[in-house]
Design a protein around this ligand. Structure first.
Ligand code: GLA
Length: 598
């Protein structure tokens, strides 16, 4: 359906720096601190067999590297790096700041995170820190600077990996104070904040900055503007924690790329599109939340999204599972053969390599059953053989970064807003975007605030928040002759999660040539009359009462409250879908739109 252009990868110095392997990177997280040194030699031999050329070391090793506040033990890591270098394997050297040691928590209880319910979390897992606590930030700088000073010239050093999967949320007094400062910077005056958050509703008007809390447990629905701003604040607070380490590293080793691994999920308060500008190469961890074909779809979207974050440059699959994957409360397996299918799917979407979590399956610890390359059963396994076979294949695979003529808009802020309080329906934003992606088969991913000039078609699923400037970008895209496909719940609110008045979809009414008067969730599917479709289509989940203001009805509701009224509209090249289509119908509709507009 879509043509795809493949461009040769021009590696730039920022990525290749001093030591990333020239071809594709292959390896994963290596945790030698969990094993006696006698095992390390076997690891090296097996890595050679598998074709491994890059491993990440030190991610959670803080308590091994700094066992007491004033004691640093780096020699074991030096021996690991020497060994790797002797075997031709590069090291992605991590800073261990995602898992502060128990002595740190004991010394600085104020730096432990607090939940929205006011519960102070204790060490014993990982990510038990407040990103705004001065003691944590100081300790992170210290361990980072210590590693930099010791290993800056080590020949195995290929890349720096700051922290692990930034995403921690905290409601403690340090976070609250930092949130207030962030809000003062953003709004300048309390009047502006009260207006943005519509605090006149339920008498929440603030008269002093110190009255403002993080959105902690409260009686009933919280304020949507406060909730959204808190997630933005969390993203910025975590970014500042990353940047302090990155800058320290860059100053010492400007020729070594620095990154952090992006984790993606509804619980992650990180605006990766923004963060991506602060890393030398975008690196992602990808763990599909289901098995079977659904995992293939998720993998395809994750790869296209990572390339979007990388703005079309190569990126790196930093972690993936050879087999069993942890998802909340359970594990699910990757079927035999899928290890290669998913890995190559990422490479085909621009990944500069394939990295697994992790090299050797631990005998204890919370993730002892999460998959690894060398499993509890050893290396005489299906998984290891699949890893070896993939290693051979990658040696002859030429990296490339595809480009597509169609782009999907992805917006972390709309996702956050659609997880917030007081919504017209419980909609899973990620599922909406993935459904559009699946309907297209493949696409580039773009982000609000950035131009779309390079694309013939721009698809906008459930873009709940839309500011005037980006509405103008989309309008100009259509004026220029581009195709626009917008789905329900887009353009409903401004950047503060306040509803745009005059009818939905707010700032896109004119370009779409419609005015939506009313929403109605669908209790049961409704048949659609869609003359252009060869087969009857069905609308599900959602419906809207649409008035045509220049657009034509391409499909109408054949039943329900809006019987005879438009369901899918077209205004020149601007299309609007007011209801959810099933996967096949969505794909047929996208094909129809793309073919019509060619
Ligand atoms: C993430 C983390 C790893 C590990 C894996 C597997 O990607 O970075 O430390 O927890 O998930 O669950």
């Amino acid at each position: 359906m879509l043509t795809q252009q493949t461009v040769n990868v021009a590696y730039d110095r920022a990525i290749d720096g001093r030591g990333l392997p020239a071809g594709l990177c292959y390896g994963g997280d290596y945790n030698p601190e969990q094993w006696p040194e006698s095992v390390w030699q076997e690891d090296m031999a097996l890595m050679r067999t598998a074709g491994v050329n890059l491993v990440t070391v030190g991610v959670f090793a803080w308590s091994s590297l700094q066992p007491r506040p004033d004691v640093f033990e780096l020699d074991w890591l030096a021996r690991v790096l020497d060994l790797l270098h002797a075997h031709g394997i590069g090291a992605v050297l991590a800073t261990p700041t995602a898992s502060p040691p128990p002595w740190f928590s004991r010394l600085h209880p104020d730096a432990l995170p607090m939940t929205a319910d006011g519960v102070r979390l204790i060490h014993g897992s990982r990510d038990t820190y407040c990103p705004s606590a001065p003691a944590y930030l100081a300790a992170a700088r210290t361990i980072c600077a210590t590693l930099v000073a010791r290993f800056r010239d080590h020949p195995a050093l290929a890349m720096w990996h700051v922290h692990n999967e930034y995403g921690a949320v905290c409601h403690c007094p340090h976070s609250t104070a930092a949130f207030r400062t962030w809000l003062r910077d953003r709004y300048r005056t309390l009047d502006a904040l009260n207006d943005a958050w519509t605090t006149a509703f339920w008498g929440q008007g603030y008269g002093d900055w110190d009255e403002i809390e993080t959105p902690r447990a409260t009686r009933y629905l919280a304020n949507p503007g406060q909730d959204l701003d808190f997630r933005r604040f969390c993203s910025d607070a975590l970014l500042a924690a990353y940047v302090q380490q990155r800058d320290l590293i860059r100053a010492a080793t400007p020729d070594v790329p620095v990154t952090t691994n992006f984790v993606f999920g509804p619980w992650v308060p990180v605006d990766h599109a923004r963060w991506a500008k602060e890393v030398d190469i975008v690196a992602i961890d990808d763990y599909p939340s289901e098995a079977g074909p659904g995992a293939d779809d998720q993998t395809a979207f994750a790869g296209d999204l990572a390339r979007g974050w990388a703005r079309g440059r190569p990126w790196l699959l930093m972690e993936s599972a050879p087999n069993l994957i942890h998802t909340p409360g359970r594990m699910h397996a990757k079927e035999p053969g899928r290890l290669a299918v998913h890995s190559l799917a990422h490479v085909a979407r621009g990944s500069r390599g394939v990295m697994f979590f992790q090299w050797r399956q631990p005998r204890g610890g919370a993730e002892r059953f999460h998959s690894a390359v060398v499993t509890h059963a050893g290396a005489d396994t299906r998984v290891f053989r699949e890893v070896v076979a993939l290693g051979e294949r990658l040696r002859t695979t030429v990296p490339a970064v595809p480009r597509h003529p169609t782009a999907i808009v992805f917006d972390a802020h709309s996702w956050w807003a659609l997880q917030g309080p007081g919504l017209p329906t419980a909609v899973d934003y990620l599922a909406e975007v993935r459904a559009a992606h699946k309907a297209l088969g493949a696409a580039d991913v773009v982000f609000p605030g950035e131009p779309v000039d390079a694309y013939r078609t721009v698809v906008v699923p459930a873009l709940f928040l839309l500011d005037d400037a980006y509405a103008e970008v989309l309008r100009r895209h259509v004026l220029r002759g581009g195709t626009l496909v917008v789905s329900y719940l887009s353009g409903v609110c401004d950047a503060y999660a306040r509803v745009r008045l005059g009818g939905y979809p707010g700032a896109l009414r004119d370009v779409l040539g419609i005015r939506v008067e009313e929403f109605q969730p669908l209790a049961a599917p409704v048949e659609l009359g869609f003359p252009a479709a060869a087969v009857p289509e069905t609308g599900m989940f959602w419906s809207e009462r649409i008035h045509l203001r220049g657009a034509v009805a391409e499909a109408t509701y054949l039943g329900g409250s809006w019987k005879g009224l438009p369901a899918i509209t077209r205004h020149g090249r601007a299309w609007y879908l007011s209801t959810r289509l099933g996967p096949e119908a969505y794909a047929r509709t996208m094909a129809h739109i793309v073919n019509t507009e060619r």
